[in-house]
Design a protein around this ligand. Structure first.
Ligand SMILES: [Fe+2]
Length: 324
């Protein structure tokens, strides 16, 4: 088929009307973006001779994604989260806010309001018998190497089966989620369990999209962080544990070389006793450097719908309903 109608005046006028250009009300930026988005999609339908069957299959898939609140999972899978990071890196570079630990994606599974502790916290509830004990520690520093006391380190990660508390109702409230305020030397320490990687649920709408692209939906074992301190740029990042089959093949594109961290197994009795543990454990050390900024809006995490962030907010409630 060689029918091409996109460039006809009829279609161009039609697009302007669909985008509300002939209406006084609405939001101007939304109109401009929708006009561009719809134009690109209309052109695509023309260029690829998209059939009605293909079009309605896509609508059905979007309904399924929305029904399971999985757009937040598909988004990193299609690289949007990483692309936004790439743009933010470029914006920082242009503003000469360089240095510091690299950012990487937040993902959809943060839950606001985790318990806060000074210097040290135990993050696991002791019920996950399959989880190897993890001693996670590090120092938060300025880009010139000075320790930052009182920095807020928020950490969240999966259990030994790859599930996150809140989204996995079998786990206790805020299991494997804590906020630790750094001590006088800028240090934080958590006792927890080594997380497992996880995959997009088999057969879920996100899985269907990835399979159609010949891709897998697996993530390596990883640990999420938000780090903030007055006078410093808020950092959203995560570490991928070295040696996982997917460390360098993460479906969410979160891996960055500086953020791959080994877990060292320690069996020395004195080291075990020093940490008041019962047996061998794995130590993970992650030091963090924060870039300086005086801009208040850069010292806090950017706004987005998050579970329990604002319980009155419909977007936050939806974020908390993600089936992942
Ligand atoms: Fe995660």
């Amino acid at each position: 088929m060689t029918v091409k109608i996109f460039d006809t005046p009829e279609v161009q006028d039609f697009l302007k009307s669909v985008a509300g250009f002939d209406q006084a009300g609405g939001d101007e930026r939304t109109k401009q973006i929708m006009h561009r988005l719809l134009s690109d999609l209309y052109r695509l339908i023309d260029d690829f001779d998209v059939t009605p069957e293909e079009y309605w299959a896509a609508v059905s898939l979007l309904n399924a994604l929305g029904g399971e609140t999985q757009f937040g999972l598909l988004s990193p899978g299609l690289g949007f989260d990483h692309y936004l990071d790439m743009r933010q890196d470029a914006i920082d570079a242009e503003a000469r806010r360089t240095g510091g630990t690299p950012r990487t994606i937040e993902g959809p599974l943060y839950v606001a309001g985790a318990p806060e502790a000074e210097g040290f916290a135990r993050m696991d509830d002791g019920r996950d018998q399959d989880g190897e004990t993890m001693w996670l520690t590090g120092q938060v520093r300025d880009v010139d190497g000075s320790p930052i006391a009182g920095a807020k380190v928020e950490i969240w990660h999966a259990d030994s089966k790859g599930g996150y508390s809140f989204f996995d109702p079998t786990q206790s409230e805020y299991n494997l989620r804590r906020t630790i305020v750094t001590d006088g030397e800028g240090r934080y320490t958590a006792r927890s369990i080594i997380p497992s990687g996880y995959g997009v649920p088999e057969g879920a709408p996100t899985d269907q999209v990835l399979k159609a692209l010949g891709r897998h939906g697996e993530r390596p074992a990883h640990i999420h962080y938000f780090i903030s301190a007055p006078g410093h740029q808020h950092l959203t990042t995560q570490i991928n544990l070295a040696g996982d089959a997917y460390t360098w093949d993460d479906f969410a594109f979160a891996t960055r070389e500086e953020l791959v961290v080994p877990a060292h197994r320690i069996e020395d009795r004195a080291e075990i006793a020093r940490r008041e543990l019962d047996g061998p454990f794995s130590e993970v050390v992650f030091d963090i450097e924060l870039a300086r900024t005086e801009a208040p809006e850069l010292q806090v995490r950017h706004k987005r719908p998050r579970a329990k962030e604002d319980e009155q907010d419909q977007a936050s409630r939806l974020a908390g309903a993600a089936k992942v």
